[in-house]
Design a binder for this molecule. Structure first.
Ligand code: NAD
Ligand code: UD1
Length: 340
């Protein structure tokens, strides 16, 4: 029998790619999303790729009654992947309560509804931001967590703790906490991808918008870090690889794994800002005009993942070549530019 998965935030960037991966793996997907940072067009994209449009409930996870009702309609679900959250670090500093209310209120409603309707498996979107400036690189799952540097980061640390306490209190429940490094790229078909609102904060959409001529130049934040080339280093992971990890995480729980398991999701490879710009240029043949700008407050000089636990336990690893990821990001940008 087909197993149904509730995907909160499934109309968004990572959620829509995960919906594709889930449907391709034979799961039935129901998306819960309030479309606060996405459009339902992404679900049409999922349909064009897989032949099936996920079921869709347009609801806000912070609406306790609406969530209860939606869970009642989908009480046959075997698990939840909880993506729904606000994710703009700067905005979270200005509007902390909005972030706590949305990201934690939504999570608490989901956990309540899961307990009520006996849906016992949850995958949670956490972030490498929980490691702050790591003492040692690469970061493993045992690397000590640092105090969060933004309310957004706090919601991830607190979200992890809320889930741990809940699983501790409810032995039927199981959880996988996935700490994403830097997700980039789009589906190779060009049907779905990242749709940032306004001026992007993140590097990859800023690069593609600059290449497309929407932005005059890219500001490279800092060239004097204590790193091999002086630029910040991150672990850029293909969004399709990331999506595949969610399927592996669900299977791990459905296969009987107990308690709470944590996994880093990265490539295990650090790439500097300048290396990423150069790699983009050689993958696409398009120049990215840039200027060196001051360091951005709060930036971690370097972080990349030790992702060997995910390989050992989940049998998952990132396989997409960076060139292919960058080409897919560009293909998506061109498609978005054509439409607008
Ligand atoms: P996204 O904004 O594209 O997707 C989030 C989706 O959740 C959107 O469709 C939005 O409309 C929906 N949503 C937000 N609040 C909601 C609510 N209260 N009720 C219902 N729907 C709601 O973001 P994304 O990049 O796909 O991120 C998905 C998850 O991964 C988030 O939890 C994010 O914090 C986490 N994450 C993302 C990154 C990244 O770089 N993209 C890195 C680490 C962690
Ligand atoms: C940021 C968030 C992190 C969040 C993640 C995904 C901060 C401090 N961290 O990670 O919590 O989980 O986004 O939303 O905001 N860069 C430029 N020019 C730009 C944009 C970025 O040089 O215009 C550089 C940054 O200095 C950084 C790298 O590119 O070195 C990656 O930046 P970004 O894509 O914003 O991701 P993170 O800062 O790693």
């Amino acid at each position: 029998m087909t197993q149904k998965i509730i995907v909160s935030g499934g109309a968004g960037y990572i959620g829509s790619h995960t919906a594709v991966a889930l449907q391709n793996a034979g799961f039935e997907v129901v998306v819960f999303d309030n479309l606060s940072n996405s459009k339902s067009d992404s679900l049409d994209g999922v349909m064009r790729i897989t032949g099936v449009r996920p079921l869709f409930e347009q609801i806000d996870c912070t609406d306790t009654n609406a969530m209860r009702d939606a869970f009642a309609r989908h009480r046959d679900a075997v698990g939840v992947i909880h993506f729904a959250a606000l994710k703009a670090v700067g905005e979270s500093v200005e509007k902390p309560l909005m972030y706590y209310r949305n990201n934690l209120g939504g999570l608490i409603n989901i956990l309540d509804a899961m307990a009520e309707f006996n849906v016992n498996n949850i995958v949670f979107s956490s972030s490498a931001t929980v490691y702050g400036v790591p003492e040692k690189l690469p970061a493993t799952e045992e690397t000590p967590l640092q105090p969060a540097t933004s309310p957004y980061g706090s919601t991830k640390v607190m979200g992890e703790n809320i889930i741990r306490d809940t699983v501790q209190a409810k032995p039927n429940m199981r959880a996988v906490l996935l700490r994403y490094f830097n997700p980039i790229g789009a589906h190779p078909s060009g049907e779905i991808g990242e749709l940032p609102n306004g001026i992007p904060n993140n590097l990859m959409p800023y690069i593609t918008q600059t290449a497309a001529g929407i932005r005059e130049h890219l500001n490279v934040f800092g060239d004097d870090y204590d790193t091999p080339d002086g630029f910040c280093v991150r672990d850029y992971i293909d969004v399709n690889d990331l999506a595949a990890a969610h399927v592996a995480a669900l299977r791990h729980m459905l296969g009987g794994a107990q308690g709470v398991n944590v996994f880093n999701l990265g490539t295990g490879r650090g790439t500097s800002v300048m290396e990423l710009i150069r790699a983009f240029e050689s993958a696409t043949g398009v120049k990215v005009p840039y200027k060196i700008a001051p360091r951005r407050a709060g930036d971690v000089p370097a972080i990349w993942a030790d992702a060997t636990k995910a390989e050992r336990v989940l049998g998952w690893r990132a396989t997409t070549a960076l060139t292919d990821t960058l080409a897919s990001a560009w293909r998506w940008q061109q498609k978005v530019s054509e439409k607008n």
